[in-house]
Write a protein that binds this ligand. Sequence first.
Ligand SMILES: [Ca+2]
Length: 235
Amino acid sequence: MIKHILLVVFLITFHCTLSAQEVTTKTQSVDLDGDGIQDKISLNIIYAGGDYSSFLLMINNKETLDKHSYNVDGYAIIDIDKSDNQKEIAVHTPNANGPDEYIFYRYDGENIKRIGSTHSFTKFNGDGTIDVETFKSFWTKHDWYTYNKDMGELEWTSKKEYSINEEYSVIESFASLEKGDKINITKVIVSDDCNKTGAYSEELCDVFFYTTEDGIEGSATLEELIGKVDLPLQP
Ligand SMILES: [Ca+2]
């Protein structure tokens, strides 16, 4: 009996704690689904499990409970495709350990649907695409998502090859290259994680293509280039 009373007291206390530590961000009225009627939007950021990564997104009388990977600091109304009459909601975390992250939702007048998320620096183009930039060992990977109207989801455009076009100096002879030679790294073909260990481990098997000053073409993996070329490696 005492156990049960203690449990009830604990649950009430727990519930009050939760309520006290919900942070409501600004409430806005925007027509999300293009029916000419304003939709009331609000976001409650919830303290649970030691952080503020959980949240409750409310639109009119509908709500969805979700979780980000880091503390949530708010949301924005965005327009993924200006040619349709729909607007979307992007719930944001600044992610202290890396680039900002967003989770996207669409409201059709009836339901809230999660349509995707981005985990990189994000730019909304307004033409149905979202650009994302990911900082790699020494270069920036540029990708994009496209909103698929039939699926109602943001689709990742899968790529393996990226152009770079940057000049670097050889700091230690390798292959047919001498110290002091200049090479232009023209592109990279990204490999799957090849189970290397150490710094940049997931990228060590990526293959970089280069051209020398004499017009000779060559290629080398990141592992082969590190220590041989003055790559501006990001810490
Ligand atoms: Ca509306």
